[in-house]
Design a protein around this ligand. Structure first.
Ligand code: PM9
Length: 470
C-alpha cells in the first residue's frame, strides 16, 4: 500500500522560522492583578504618577528596563562568591578586566549607577557656560550637564523628532547642525560631544557606525572630546549588525568595541545592558581625566575600587556584560520588543517606528489628539493603562522634558508613553495581555480628559510630580 504524505498547511519554503529565548525559567515571582476599584484608589494615592505606585500594586511592570533584569544562574553564582573587602576586591579587578576587554578603554572607574558616572564626567569636563551637543537629551545626563554649568544642545537628525519617520538610524547626529553650532560658538566653547547608543528619548533609536565615524572625524579635526553614553550600546550593536551594510557577519562584541574605539570615554548605567540590578561606571582613555575622576569618586560614590557597588554586584556585572554580548541573547531581547510593537500596530495603535531596542513608545499625541500638551496627555495615558489592566508604563513627554530657564514648559515634539521591556523577565503572553489592554484604552481614548500638575519637585520632576484629573 502506498503511503501518502500528510499535506502541510504551508509550502515548506513558506514555513516561518521563529527565534526563542536562549534560557529557561528556574524561579518565578508571583504577580497579581488588583481589582479595578483598588487600582483606582492606588493611582489617585500616587498622584496619577506611575513612579509613585508601590510595585506590589502593579501587575505587569513596564516602567523601566533599568535594574529590572532577571539575572542568570551564572550571575547568582558570582554573587555568592563576591569579595566584600573595602579595598581591592577581587570582583573589582575582574570587572575592570572585563570592561577594558569588552569596551576597550584604558581606565575604569566604578559608580553606584549611571548618573554617578554622569556627575563625575560633567564636573570634570564642563566649564560654566560651555555647550554640550548631543544626539537628543537624556533626563539625568542633561541634569548633570546643567548642574555643572553646561548648556545642552540637540544635534540629532530631524527625523528623530518625528514618530512616523522610518529612517533606520534615527539616533544619528546631523553633521550640519553640529558644524553650525561649533562654527557659531567656537570649538573652545564646546565641552565635549555626548553621544548615546540607542537614543532613549527618541524611542530607543540606534546610531550607525558610519555616522559615528563622521562625528569622530569632525571632533578630531576640531579637538573636541567625544563621550559615549554606552548604557544600551549592545542593543545599538544588534541594530548595526541587522541593518547597517557591511556589518551582518560581525560579532556583537566586535561592533561594541568598534563603537567605543570612536570615542574618548563612556558613561554606563550597568542596570540596562549589563543585566544587573544596580551599578555603573565611567571609562576613559586619558590618564589625567582618570586621575581627576578617581579623586572625585571617593567624595561622591565610594572608594575607587567599588564606587558604591558591593563586591558581589561587581562580580555579577562582570558576568552580565559577557552574557549581554551573546548573539542569541541580544536577538531575543530586541526581537521581543519588536513582537510587542507588531502586535500593537496590528491593532492600529500609533507607536514610534522603527521599534526601539528596549521599549515600544505609544504616540500620545495621535492617541489623544483632543488634549493640549500642557494637560499632560502621555502622563494621562500611562495612568489609564494602569487603571485598565494594572500595567505600569512611563511618561516620556512634556513632564520629562522639564522647564526652560524662563520657567515655561519645554514642549517636546515627542509626547510618548514608554512600554519598557525588562530583560529576561516577561513572556510573550504578558506582551499579548499588554497589547490588548493598550488597544482597549485606545478604543475609548476620546473619553479621556487631561491632568493638571499639583506638585512639582525642583529637579527631574517626572519622578515625583503629582497630578489631578481636570
Ligand atoms: N535610564 C530609564 O528608565 C532609569 C532612570 S530615568 C527614568 O530609561 C541613559 C541612556 C539612561 C539612564 C537611565 C541613565 C542613568 C543614563 N543614560 O538610572 O542613574 O537610560 O543608572 O542611569 C532609566 P541610572
Amino acid at each position: 500500500m502506498k503511503h501518502q504524505r500528510h499535506p502541510l498547511a504551508y509550502d515548506s519554503s513558506e514555513l516561518p522560522t521563529s527565534w526563542a529565548e536562549p534560557w529557561k525559567i528556574k524561579m518565578v515571582e508571583h504577580i497579581r492583578l488588583l481589582p479595578h476599584d483598588a487600582r483606582q484608589q492606588a493611582i489617585a494615592t500616587a498622584g496619577w504618577n506611575t513612579f509613585l505606585l508601590p510595585s506590589s500594586d502593579v501587575y505587569i511592570d513596564l516602567l523601566t528596563d533599568s535594574g529590572t533584569s532577571a539575572m542568570s544562574d551564572r550571575q547568582w553564582a558570582a554573587l555568592m562568591t563576591g569579595d566584600e573587602a573595602y579595598a581591592g576586591s577581587k570582583d573589582f579587578y575582574e570587572l575592570e578586566r572585563t570592561v577594558q576587554e569588552v569596551y576597550g578603554y584604558k581606565h575604569f572607574i566604578p559608580t553606584h549607577q549611571g548618573r554617578g558616572a554622569e556627575h563625575l564626567l560633567s564636573q570634570i569636563l564642563i566649564k560654566p557656560g560651555q555647550l554640550v551637543p548631543g544626539n537628543m537629551y537624556f533626563t539625568t545626563t542633561k541634569f548633570h550637564q546643567e548642574y555643572a554649568g553646561g548648556v545642552f544642545a540637540d544635534v540629532i537628525v530631524d527625523a528623530a523628532h518625528d514618530p512616523t519617520s522610518t529612517l533606520p538610524f534615527k539616533g544619528n547626529v546631523d553633521l550640519d547642525k553640529l558644524a553650525n553650532l561649533v562654527t557659531s560658538h567656537g570649538a573652545e566653547r564646546i565641552a565635549y560631544i555626548s553621544i548615546e547608543g540607542t537614543v532613549n528619548m527618541a524611542g530607543g533609536q540606534p546610531i550607525s557606525i558610519e555616522n559615528l565615524r563622521a562625528v569622530r572625524a569632525y571632533c578630531t579635526q576640531h579637538r573636541i572630546p567625544l563621550m559615549l553614553d554606552a548604557t544600551r550600546l549592545v542593543e545599538n550593536a544588534y541594530f548595526i549588525r541587522k541593518q547597517e551594510p557591511g556589518w551582518g557577519d560581525t560579532s556583537i562584541a566586535a561592533i561594541v568595541k568598534e563603537l567605543c574605539s570612536l570615542s574618548d570615554g563612556c558613561t554606563v548605567s550597568a542596570k540596562k545592558d549589563g543585566l544587573v540590578n544596580i551599578g555603573g561606571f565611567l571609562a576613559v582613555n586619558d590618564d589625567l581625566l582618570a586621575e581627576k575622576a578617581r579623586a572625585l569618586v571617593v567624595a561622591f560614590e565610594g572608594l575607587h575600587t567599588y564606587g558604591g557597588m558591593a563586591g558581589r554586584d561587581m562580580g555579577a556585572l562582570a558576568v552580565g556584560i559577557r552574557e549581554s554580548l551573546e548573539y542569541d541573547y541580544i536577538r531575543a531581547r530586541v526581537e521581543q520588543v519588536a513582537y510587542l510593537g507588531a502586535r500593537l500596530e496590528r491593532f492600529g495603535v500609533p507607536v514610534v517606528v522603527p521599534y526601539g531596542g528596549h521599549a515600544i513608545y505609544l504616540d500620545a499625541k495621535r492617541i489623544l489628539p483632543h488634549l493640549d500638551q500642557e494637560t499632560f496627555p502621555a502622563q494621562r495615558l500611562a495612568a489609564e493603562l494602569y487603571l485598565e489592566a494594572g500595567i505600569r508604563t512611563m511618561e516620556r513627554g512634556i513632564v520629562s522634558a522639564g522647564r526652560a530657564p524662563d520657567g515655561s514648559n519645554y514642549r517636546p515634539a515627542l509626547e510618548l508613553v514608554r512600554l519598557t521591556i525588562p530583560r529576561r523577565v516577561y513572556t510573550q503572553s504578558h506582551l499579548d495581555v499588554t497589547s490588548e489592554a493598550v488597544a482597549r484604552v485606545c478604543a475609548r481614548a476620546d473619553t479621556l480628559g487631561g491632568l493638571r500638575m499639583v506638585y512639582e519637585p525642583e529637579h527631574l520632576r517626572f519622578f515625583q510630580a503629582r497630578f489631578e484629573p481636570l
